[in-house]
Ligand binder design. Structure first.
Ligand code: ADP
Ligand code: MN
Ligand code: MN
Ligand code: MN
Length: 336
């Protein structure tokens, strides 16, 4: 029986934005069930999750996929962080989503998240001149050609890795700013979108190591007339997807209009630099929704309006948001 490498992934306690951490455990043979993956531990005093004299935190495996980089029977294991007593750690945002997902399961919620990001080299977006700026935005979005895009080898390697890991990646595209890209995960149920988005982010960071490219999820990586970086969160319930669902979409939008500040609070640190009312955003101090409106907080896609059913797009979340918190908040507000 061959011994396998299990890469345990978790979120640290850094504020205001948690970061991914991971380490490898050798297991005595291939794994086919979550229950076969042992609980593990780590030094929480090195991740802002404990103090030195009581430093043990636990890693509870909650989801695993094939490791597309190591191949073979090797796996990636998403974990929740528990205290030494086995209770959810305060940094464990997945525990709350677990509760909301259970409560709303009869409504069959789905999420699809568009993860934008910026590739960074030598402290600047990839492909930018060493001093100064590239020419103004306009032809980089979905561009082709070496003058139009930079970083495609990493995009392709990442997409391939997501497919090999069995993640529900929906597509990729070059974004408005040179060096900025997007991939989408979904539509899938809440816990799955959170787990898969975190695993996909880990794969992107990990593959970037091999190419000397860092990944920034900063909401506004370059000040000025350059697009910010978001994580549009598309959302539906069974009632919205079924015939006549547009009225349920509308009800959800009205519920969301009463909870704007609460949502913004978990939609990513530094988002105020991105949600300015320019660059296809709505100002952070306003809430608007509308059909086909890319300057609104919530966009109802034209196809949803025409078909009379479908989903809504929350355009407010920033690229550095925690999908566990964003999905939990949307379920809380929109699935009463
Ligand atoms: P945009 O036009 O905003 O760039 P994208 O194609 O990038 O749109 O992303 C739209 C996302 O919406 C898809 O990736 C998919 O995951 C998600 N989606 C599609 N249908 C649904 C649905 N019924 N519920 C939730 N999400 C959905
Ligand atoms: Mn998109
Ligand atoms: Mn986009
Ligand atoms: Mn979008």
């Amino acid at each position: 029986m061959s011994r396998i490498k299990a890469e345990y992934l978790w979120l640290d306690g850094c504020k205001p934005t948690a970061k991914l951490r991971s380490k490898t455990k050798i297991l005595e043979g291939a794994v086919s069930r979550l229950e076969d993956i042992p609980v593990w531990g780590f030094d929480g005093s090195s991740t802002e999750q404990a103090v030195g004299h009581a430093s043990d935190c636990l890693l509870q495996p909650v989801h695993f996929v094939p490791d597309p980089i190591r191949g073979g029977e090797h796996i990636l294991v998403m974990c929740e962080v528990l205290t030494a007593e086995g209770m959810p750690h305060v940094s464990n945002t997945r525990a709350r989503l677990r509760q909301e997902a259970t409560r709303t399961a009869p409504q069959e919620p789905w999420f699809g998240i568009e993860q934008e990001y910026t590739m960074i080299k030598n402290g600047k977006p990839l492909g930018w001149p060493a001093d100064g700026y590239p020419r103004p935005q306009g032809d980089f979005y979905c561009g082709v050609g070496s003058e139009m895009v930079s970083g495609r080898p990493l995009v392709e390697a990442h997409m391939e890795a997501c497919l090999k890991a069995g993640l529900k990646i929906a597509g990729v595209n070059a974004e408005v700013m040179l060096g900025q890209w997007e991939f989408q995960i979904g539509p899938v149920p809440p816990l799955r979108v959170g787990d898969e988005l975190w695993i996909a982010r880990w794969l992107l960071l990990r593959l970037g190591e091999d190419m000397g490219i860092d990944i920034s999820l900063a909401p506004k990586p370059v000040a000025g007339d350059w697009n910010g970086t978001g994580a549009h969160t598309n959302f539906s319930t069974r009632a919205m997807r079924d015939s006549g669902g547009l009225t349920t979409v509308d009800t959800a939008c009205r519920a969301l209009s009463t909870a704007h500040e609460k949502h913004i609070a978990v939609y990513g640190a530094g988002n105020e630099a991105r949600l300015t009312g320019k660059h296809e955003t709505c100002s952070i101090t306003q809430f608007r929704y509308g059909v086909s409106d890319r300057g609104a907080s919530i966009r109802i896609p034209i196809f949803t309006a025409k078909a009379g059913c479908g989903y809504l797009e929350d355009r407010r979340p920033a690229a550095n948001m925690d999908p566990y918190q964003v999905c939990a908040m949307l379920l809380e507000t929109a699935c009463k």
